[in-house]
Design a binder for this molecule. Sequence first.
Ligand code: SF4
Length: 347
Amino acid sequence: MTHASTRPPPGSRVFSGMQPSGEAHLGNYLGALRQWAAMQDDYDCIYCIVDQHAITGRYDAAALPGAVFDLAISFLASGLDPERSIIFVQSDVPEHTELSWLFNSVAPIGDLERMIQFKEKSERMESVPVGLLNYPVLQAADILIYRADVVPVGEDQRQHLELTRDIARKWNARFGKYLPEPQAYIPRAGRIVGLDGRSKMSKSLGNTVGILDEPDEIRRRVRTAVTDPARIRKTDPGRPEVCNVYSLHEHFADEERLDDIAHQCRTAQRGCVQCKGMLAEEIDEAFAPMREVAAHYRAHPEEVRRILDDGAQRAGAIARETMAEVRSRMGLDWKRTARALTEETES
Ligand code: SF4
C-alpha cells in the first residue's frame, strides 16, 4: 500500500468523508476531525458528510436528516472552516452516484468480495444488500470525482483506498490517463481504542465521549474507562504503557504532565479514579470551545444550511467538470455527436 508517511506537499487536494451518525465523538475528533482542521492551512480541502454510505447498513430513515445536521455542527465546532474548505453533503452532489455506476464497469467483483469490512459486516446479515458490496466503489467515486491527491484515512480504510487506486489505474488504462491515484495519509493518531479498552471507539458500543457532551456527562463516561487490568488495588503499582486511560492522556496533556501521570502511576501515588478525573478535566477543557461554537449554530440553523448549500455548489462545479470528461471518454456523450452532425448538415 502506498501511503504518505510524512505530510503531503502543500497545495495538494485533500478529500475525506465521514458517515452521519449524529454528533461526533472523541474517536472521530482524535482520529480525523482534528487532523482535517489542521490540514486546512496548507491544502485544498474537501470534507463530505457521506449520507449515501449510511444507507448501506440498517438505518433509521426518519433520523438520518437530523444525524446529517448534527454531524455538520460537529464539523464546524471542530474547526472545519467553510471559508477555507468545501464542506458539503454527499447526496447534494448527485454526480457521486453517477460516477460510482460508471466505475462498476471496471471494479472487479472479486476484490470487492475480499474487502475485510464487507466480509465482517455481511457475515452478520441474513440478506446482504448490493450496496454493502459496492460501498468501496462509491467511496472511490467520492474521492476521484474531485481528482484528490491525498485522502486522510484511518488504518481500517487503507484497503478501501487501495481499491480506489486500483479503480483509477484500471479506468485510466481503459479510457486514457485522467484520474490521479490518490495517496493515503494516515495521521499519527492511529487507532483510538474505546473506553472499554478493547474495541474501536464507537457511539453504538457506548465506549466513547461525545465532543459536545456536557462536563458531567464527560466525567460520567470517563469514569467507566478500563485501566491497567493488573492494577487491582490503589496501592498496586500501575503500568501506563498498557493503560488506555494513559494513551488518551497523551492526546491532551503536555510532556511534563504526562511524566507526572506516569510516575505517580508506577509508584502507586495516584489512584485510577483520580487519574480518570484528570483525563475528564483535560477533555472538558479541550471541548468547551467546541460546545460554544455548536451552541451558536444550533441557534442559527439557517447558517448551517447556507454553509452546506454553498459547499455543494462548489463541490458540484468540480464534480461536473470531472463528469464531462469521464462521460466523454467513456462514450456517453452522444449529444455531442448529434450536435456535430447537425452542424455538418447545416453547413
Ligand atoms: Fe492508568 Fe492512570 Fe490508573 Fe495508571 S493511574 S493505571 S495511568 S488510570
